[in-house]
Design a protein around this ligand. Structure first.
Ligand code: UGA
Length: 416
């Protein structure tokens, strides 16, 4: 099928590359010339495992011009960003611009698919009216709409796209249902067809639930710590219960990234707009905001006066296998350490360049230099941290690195 993908960011490029690998003809549209140039040179505009291989194997085109991409496409995916505004509502600027441009270039019988995460109701209340206004056409008669949320995890996004647990398709009529059934015909996972709004909510409810699982195990973990219990043993024991499951029960310093914080906040704001009090979601957020204090408290337990000391940090990214530091738990921790006037030495395999933009004056070092500090905090569970030498070190671990637990002179895990 001929597919236009609006937005060559994380979701758009992965969607384009994976659908190209399934034999579809892809053209990406982005306002950022650099991204467009990278894709046209078959290079990945950002780091994601396996993406450059797909881009090399499948030639996908990119352009800044809607006029070149929209008229020939059978399906148009909207994959632009939906950041959070200061008041915690969604900033729909990119969505609105995309709708205007799509609308102005829309042809009869095209299907527009919303992949961007938008709070429930946005497709019906904002996207559809704009498309109808700018195209001067009617959904159902002239063009079709669907909501098809993404469930891509950074680091495993290609695998997630190509072998998903499920595909969710919200649609309004048989035509868009049929088009997306055809698009995903080779995917063997369950496919669930819902209303537009339910599909939007499935995305938010899924991210909110996963965040809840983590905050829950962190709260249990904080209790475990006081009782000298290893929360990972508790998680394993709970995980065998099929109603619970072991995934996302890794206790530590909390969740970050570009999705969970933004989506939980947006859902809370939406709930409040509707007159609801989202008590669980508020607590999930609060537990997560407080969790970075735990390693700092443990540090002070072992080092009486931290002022003037050298503190090493292993890991800056919000999780392993990415250079992404958005909402990483390392950021509030480094801020607190700097307030205490300590010398911060940090190592991360991929995220140091990004961290330099926020903390230009801290020391960026090798892992060995970091370990040569008065104490070391482990903040990301990079696999390579399982191969360092922790002998004689004072280590406060926020992510459960086994080798550090076994070897360090003084070792404290946040929830174990
Ligand atoms: C998340 C979801 O997992 C994806 O399904 C979703 O598509 C994506 O958001 C999105 O909305 O686009 P991602 O942000 O890549 O994916 O990150 P996760 O792997 O979910 O991890 C999020 C955070 O939770 C990380 O900081 C990680 O360290 C933390 N985490 C995860 C834990 O602290 N414990 C766990 O057991 C699991």
């Amino acid at each position: 099928m001929r597919i236009g993908v609006i937005g060559a960011g994380y979701v758009g490029t992965i969607t384009g590359a994976c659908l190209a690998d399934h034999g579809h003809n892809i053209i990406c549209i982005d306002i950022d010339q650099q991204k467009v140039d990278a894709i046209n040179k078959q290079k990945s505009p950002f780091y994601e495992k396996g993406l450059s291989v797909l881009l090399k194997r499948n030639e996908i085109k990119a352009t800044t011009e809607y006029t070149q991409a929209i008229p020939n496409a059978e399906i148009i995916f909207i994959c632009v960003g939906t950041p959070t505004k200061k008041d915690n509502t969604q900033d729909l600027t990119h969505i609105k611009n995309a709708c205007e441009q799509i609308g102005k270039n829309l042809q009869k019988n095209q299907t527009i698919v919303v992949k961007s995460s938008v709070v429930p109701g946005t497709t019906e209340d904002v996207i559809l009216p704009l498309l109808e206004k700018y195209s001067e056409m009617r959904e159902g008669n002239d063009f079709h709409i669907a909501v098809n949320p993404e469930f891509l995890q950074e680091g495993t996004a290609i695998e997630n796209f190509l072998h998903p647990d499920r595909i969710i398709i919200g649609c309004k009529n048989k035509k868009s249902k049929k088009t997306l059934e055809t698009l995903y015909k080779d995917f063997t996972c369950p496919k669930l067809f819902t209303s537009l709004t339910a599909a939007e909510m499935i995305k938010y409810a899924s991210n909110a639930f996963l965040s809840t699982k983590i905050s829950f195990i962190n709260e249990i973990g904080n209790i475990c710590k006081k009782l000298n219990i290893d929360t990972y043993e508790v998680a394993e024991g709970m995980g065998y219960d099929q109603r619970i499951g072991r995934a996302f029960l890794n206790a530590g310093i909390g969740w970050g990234g570009s999705c969970f914080p933004k989506d939980v906040k947006a859902l809370i704001t939406k709930a409040k707009e509707l007159g609801e009090t989202p008590r669980i979601l508020e607590s999930v957020l609060q537990v997560n905001q407080e969790q970075p204090q735990k390693p700092l408290d443990l540090l002070k337990k072992h080092i009486d006066i931290v002022k003037g000391k050298e503190i090493g940090i292993l890991g800056a990214s919000f999780k392993p296998e990415t250079d992404d530091i958005r909402e990483s738990r390392s950021i509030p921790i480094i801020k607190e350490l700097l307030k205490e006037q300590v010398t911060v030495k940090i190592y991360d395999p991929k995220a140091m360049d990004n961290l330099k933009k926020i903390f230009p004056t801290i020391s960026y070092c090798s892992p060995e230099e970091v370990l040569d500090s008065d104490a070391v905090l482990i903040l990301t569970d990079w696999e390579e941290f399982e191969h360092l030498n922790y002998k004689d070190k004072v280590v406060i671990d926020g992510r459960k690195i086994e080798k550090a637990r076994k070897e360090s002179k003084i070792y404290e895990g946040v929830c174990w």
